[in-house]
Design a binder for this molecule. Structure first.
Ligand SMILES: Nc1ncnc2c1ncn2[C@@H]1O[C@H](COP(=O)(O)OP(=O)(O)OP(=O)(O)O)[C@@H](O)[C@H]1O
Ligand SMILES: [Mg+2]
Length: 253
C-alpha cells in the first residue's frame, strides 16, 4: 500500500490526504498538551477515546441537521472527514465560569453565567491564541459578518445539543471550543463544524460531585485522564471494548 501523504502534524492529531479529493484522514494521537504546549505527556488510549467520542458527537449533530466535517470512522484511531478551510478562530461557548474567564473577570469557577457567552480566540500558537473581538475579526477579514451570523448560530446549536446529551448522563457542559471550516459546493460556500468535539475541547463536570471529566484532569494533575475520558464514553454507551487499557497488565512470575 502506498504511504499516505501527511498534510499536517498538530499537537493532538495528524492529518493525511484522504482517499478521494476533498477528504482528509484525521489520526488521533495519544499526545496531551496544555498551556500552549508547555506541559506535555503521552496518555495511553486518549486518541482512541477522542476518536470515538468525536464521532459520536459529530454524528449526533449531523442527525439534527448541524453540518459537520465528519464522514465516517475508519478504525480505532482514524476518521474520514471533509477537507475545509479552517477559519482561524477558536469559538468558545461558556455556560458556567471556568478557566480563563474566571481569571480574567474574577468570577468563581462553577458560577452559572446569565446566558451562554461566546468568545473568539485567534488561532496562533506563537501568540498563545489571544482573545479577539468581532471588530478584530471584521477588520482583519478572518470572517465576514454573514459568516459571523452563521458561526454564532452553529455555536449555539452545538451548545444546545451537547448540553442535552451530557445532561442525560449526569454531566454538566461547562464550556467548549469548536473550530469551523469553509467548504465550497460549486460557487456556493457554507460553514461546517470541523476539527473535533471531545473531552480535550470541552469542560465536563459530574452534576452531583463536580468531578472533572475533561482535559483539566491533565492540566491540573487531578488523576487519570484515561479514566476520566473512559467514564464519559461509558456513560454515553460508546466505550470501546478492550481497546483502552484501564490498568497496566501485571507480570506473573
Ligand atoms: N476538516 C478539516 N479540514 C482541514 N483542517 C482541519 C479539519 N479539521 C481540523 N483541521 C485542522 O487540523 C489540525 C488538527 O490537529 P491538532 O488539533 O493536533 O492541531 P493543533 O496542534 O491543536 O494545532 P492548531 O493550532 O492548528 O489547532 C488543526 O490545525 C485543525 O485546525
Ligand atoms: Mg487542535
Amino acid at each position: 500500500m502506498p504511504r499516505r501523504k501527511k498534510i499536517y502534524e498538530g499537537k493532538a492529531k495528524t492529518l493525511f490526504e484522504g482517499p478521494e479529493p476533498g477528504t482528509l484522514v484525521q489520526y488521533f494521537k495519544d499526545d496531551a498538551t496544555a498551556f500552549n504546549a508547555e506541559k506535555r505527556d503521552v496518555i495511553e488510549g486518549k486518541g482512541v477515546l477522542n476518536n470515538i467520542l468525536s464521532e459520536y458527537f459529530m454524528q449526533g449533530l449531523g442527525d439534527i441537521g448541524v453540518p459537520t466535517h465528519f464522514i465516517r470512522r475508519l478504525n480505532m484511531r482514524e476518521q474520514l472527514v471533509r477537507a475545509c478551510e479552517i477559519i482561524p478562530l477558536e469559538i468558545i461557548v461558556r455556560n458556567y465560569a471556568a478557566g480563563s474567564i474566571s481569571k480574567r473577570l474574577g468570577i468563581d469557577e462553577g458560577t452559572r453565567l446569565p446566558r451562554p457567552i461566546i468568545e473568539y480566540c485567534y488561532k496562533d500558537d506563537a501568540l498563545g491564541d489571544p482573545l479577539v473581538s468581532e471588530e478584530h475579526i471584521a477588520a482583519f477579514g478572518w470572517a465576514s459578518s454573514q459568516d459571523m451570523d452563521d458561526i454564532v448560530s452553529l455555536a449555539l446549536r452545538v451548545n444546545d445539543f451537547m448540553s442535552g446529551v451530557m445532561r442525560a448522563v449526569g454531566i454538566r457542559l461547562v464550556d467548549f471550543k469548536i473550530e469551523i471550516g469553509r467548504v465550497y459546493d460549486g460557487d456556493f460556500q457554507r460553514l461546517i463544524v470541523a476539527d473535533e468535539i471531545s473531552p480535550d475541547s470541552c469542560r465536563l463536570w459530574d452534576m452531583e460531585t463536580d468531578q472533572k471529566l475533561d482535559k483539566d484532569v491533565f492540566r491540573r494533575d487531578l488523576g487519570s485522564l484515561t479514566d476520566a475520558y473512559s467514564e464519559v464514553a461509558r456513560r454515553l454507551g460508546v466505550l470501546p471494548k478492550g481497546a483502552v487499557p484501564m490498568a497496566k497488565p501485571t507480570l506473573i512470575n
